[in-house]
Design a protein around this ligand. Structure first.
Ligand code: ADP
Ligand code: MG
Length: 264
């Protein structure tokens, strides 16, 4: 078993499946017996609510942990929401962090430092990033081993990608030499349209090695699940969406082990 793997689920575009992937990939990694922590780093708090935690009543959240030196992961984590699945919740106050962090010491390393102490407790840590390339995302990229990039199967899927890839490069040069594009996951694939197949082909050409073979289909069960505060494994474990995220989890586990082996 490799050491703790930390992945930032990032794309500065909104609505591409970052949160859906964070919740359900985490749920499937947990179900496969991997100790998993999901970090909600988006002020919209959709990962928090999607896992059934009321973002208005959460008490301590990741905001306090990032801006106050005395607040630790242990103070704010929601442990074992499901077997093997814990959450660092967010709430709306996190909007202030992108600005407040500017004035803090070690502003790009706040998340990395906070995670250091708890890393050994987890096999996988997934960070759901906000739809921007501000300091919150930079904190995620600084703390992570790799980026998982969700791309929606639509025209313009690759638009804006250069900015994200440049940001990853900048973070690698200055803040975190480990960070790299770990994988690209295609989301909301509709097999009935020609467009879907075309986009899959285009993205495969762009990211031949990074692309995961698993493609996440457009599946209404995935869209419904968060309104019940449920992962897809609770909401409809036999749905095409659930099966796809289980396959993706297997791919992530295998690729993580292979990556670790080459870097060891
Ligand atoms: P992001 O976090 O990148 O903004 P979300 O994961 O919140 O994206 O997804 C955007 C919207 O699309 C949400 O309403 C979500 O429920 C829906 N969605 C995401 N993935 C799928 C899918 N595979 N099938 C159907 N709906 C999806
Ligand atoms: Mg989101």
């Amino acid at each position: 078993m490799p050491g703790t793997q930390i992945y930032a689920i990032a794309n500065q575009k909104g609505g591409v499946g970052k949160t859906t992937t964070s919740i359900n990939l985490a749920a499937c990694l947990a179900e496969a017996g991997r100790r998993t922590l999901v970090i909600d780093l988006d002020p919209q708090s959709n990962t928090t609510t999607g896992l059934g935690v009321d973002a208005h009543r959460v008490g301590g959240s990741i905001y306090e942990m990032l801006v106050n030196d005395g607040v630790t992961v242990g103070d704010v984590v929601k442990p074992n929401l499901h077997p093997n699945l814990s959450l660092l919740p967010a709430k709306v106050d996190l909007y202030a962090a992108d600005i407040e962090l500017v004035y803090l010491d070690q502003r790009e390393y706040r998340l990395q430092r906070a995670l250091e102490a708890v890393k050994p407790q987890y096999d996988f840590i997934l960070i759901d990033c906000p739809p921007s390339l501000g300091l919150l995302t930079v904190n995620a990229l600084t703390a992570a081993d790799g980026v998982i990039l969700p791309l929606q199967c639509e025209y313009f899927a690759l638009e804006g990608m250069q900015q994200l890839l440049n940001t990853i490069r900048l973070v690698r040069d200055r803040l975190n030499p480990r960070i790299h594009l770990f994988g690209v996951v295609l989301t909301m694939y509709d097999p009935r349209t020609k467009l879907g197949a075309e986009v899959v082909r285009e993205i495969s050409e762009h990211f031949p090695r990074e692309r995961f073979q698993t493609v996440i289909p457009r599946n209404v069960r995935l869209a419904e699940a968060p309104s019940f505060g449920q992962t897809i494994l609770e909401h409809d474990p036999r749905s095409p969406g659930a099966l796809a995220y289980k396959d993706l989890a297997e791919e992530v586990i295998a690729r993580a082990a292979a990556t670790e082996a080459t870097h060891a």
